[in-house]
Design a protein around this ligand. Structure first.
Ligand code: PMP
Length: 425
């Protein structure tokens, strides 16, 4: 193990993170399972990119067939991108009828921000203060957790609002969030930069997937509309049925965005991402910026993405996310009755977790405990992670075919790990 860690350090440079104190060297995957170099099997409770299962045979076959036939860019005519775009936009309501395909969610968000500038003539962007939207020069500034010290001065265009947190902040109907958005809209207008867009993940997944009533986001969206800005929903994590109740999480919020950005699960690991928007916004963008992406929308990517859509539909994996998610909520709630250290249980379709606290009254984050749970679970063959402002919330976000027997294994192991490891080390 140390040899491969050393090679990485020498070849990839410093400060390249790995998961776990004892990093996992994975060599094979199938469905919800992963195998390491020694042949040990792990239950994958974390990865949302292999949306329809690791090495899904239908996706692999689609990629192989297309790669064996043709792979070129979008300057040649090809039905693949058109057939896929038709199938994709069919899953949206309203006027979201056109698409640009890219290779990463970051690129999609970068385009979305430029669309907002093209539509409004302004540059001010609002995001939450505990989010992540990607890694381009502009988009990386939206992230507060890793503020770049340099970056072309682009941070002047960005403003942050307090991220929702249903456990610690009282905002049952989204009015407080909306008021904060309004404050930042006003500040941007006064500054002369002007307000262009609000960008949010409709499930606030990177923020710790707070529990929210349907339509929680509506007051904030009203403020955005009144100010003439765009609503960009980043569905890079929340989309393609993960919320269980809806194919797109913005539908759960009861809002229709101007731009929806997509990524991670879209090609089941093949690098395809993109966005969907209205014909009007698309036309404005296409005239304002000359955009071409060599790999975005290539024939192999489209074949992979189409196979993912078909697999989701044929196996009704959205319904599975709803069913397993709600079972997971029940099982985690039962654990919370047993262990004081669980302060809150949260779940949104096939994303669930618990927040650990040292004291339920004071809600003091048990971040170190969360870290030990995650590492001990890894040593027992269960892969999951933690997130949130205090890194004290378990992040469980498995591939969509995750079933009841997998949930049993996860909860039984978590129960035995929690019974064993002391809250204070
Ligand atoms: N948006 C969200 C909500 C994300 O979680 C991520 C990646 N974690 C991105 C955008 C960036 O996507 P990519 O890594 O494909 O550029």
């Amino acid at each position: 193990m140390s040899e491969i860690v050393e090679r990485r350090r020498a070849l990839l440079g410093p400060n390249v993170s790995t998961f776990y104190d004892d990093p996992v060297h994975i060599v094979r995957g199938e469905g919800v399972w992963l195998w390491d170099a020694s042949g040990r099997r792990y239950l994958d409770c974390y990865n949302n990119v292999p949306h329809v299962g690791h090495c899904n045979p239908r996706v692999v076959e689609a990629i192989c067939n297309q790669a064996g036939t043709l792979n070129t860019h979008t300057r040649y005519l090809h039905e693949g991108i058109l057939d896929y775009t038709e199938a994709l936009v069919d899953t949206f309501a309203g006027d979201l009828l056109t698409s640009i395909l890219t290779c990463s969610g970051s690129e999609a968000n970068d385009i979305a921000l430029r669309m907002a500038e093209a539509m409004t003539g302004k540059r001010g962007i609002i995001a939450t203060d505990a989010t992540y939207h990607g890694n381009t020069a502009l988009v990386s500034h939206l992230s507060r957790s890793n503020i770049p010290e340099v970056g072309f001065g682009l941070d002047q265009y960005l403003r942050h609002v307090e991220a929702p947190d249903s456990y610690r902040i009282d905002d049952p109907d989204g009015q407080r969030f909306a008021a904060h958005v309004q404050e930042q809209i006003n500040a941007l207008e006064v500054s002369g930069i002007g307000f262009a867009a609000l960008i949010v993940c409709p499930l606030f997944l990177n923020e710790g997937f707070p529990t929210q009533v349907e339509g929680w986001l509506k007051p904030a969206v009203e403020a955005v509309r009144q100010a003439g800005g765009l609503l960009i929903c980043d569905e890079v994590q929340s989309g393609f049925g993960r919320s269980g109740s809806h194919f797109w999480a913005h539908q759960k919020q009861g809002v229709v965005p101007d731009v929806v950005t997509l990524g991670k699960p879209m090609g089941n690991g093949h690098p395809v991402a993109g966005l969907v928007t209205t014909p009007e916004i698309m036309a404005r963008f296409r005239h304002s910026f000359r955009y071409f992406n060599t790999f975005g929308g290539n024939a192999v990517s489209c074949a992979a993405a189409m196979a993912v859509l078909q697999e989701l539909r044929d196996r009704d994996l959205q319904a599975n996310a709803a069913r397993i998610g709600s079972l997971a909520h029940e099982r985690l709630t039962a654990l919370a009755e047993k262990y004081e250290v669980i302060g809150d249980v949260r779940q949104s379709g096939m994303v669930f977790g618990v927040e650990f606290v040292l004291d339920r009254g004071a809600k003091t984050p048990a971040s170190d405990y969360a870290d030990r749970v995650v590492n001990t679970m890894r040593s027992r063959g269960i892969l999951l992670s933690k997130l949130g402002r205090h890194k004290n919330t378990l992040k469980i976000r498995p591939p969509m075919p995750f079933g009841e027997e997998h949930l049993d294994m996860l909860i039984e192991t978590l129960d035995s790990v929690m019974a064993e490891i002391p809250v204070a080390p």
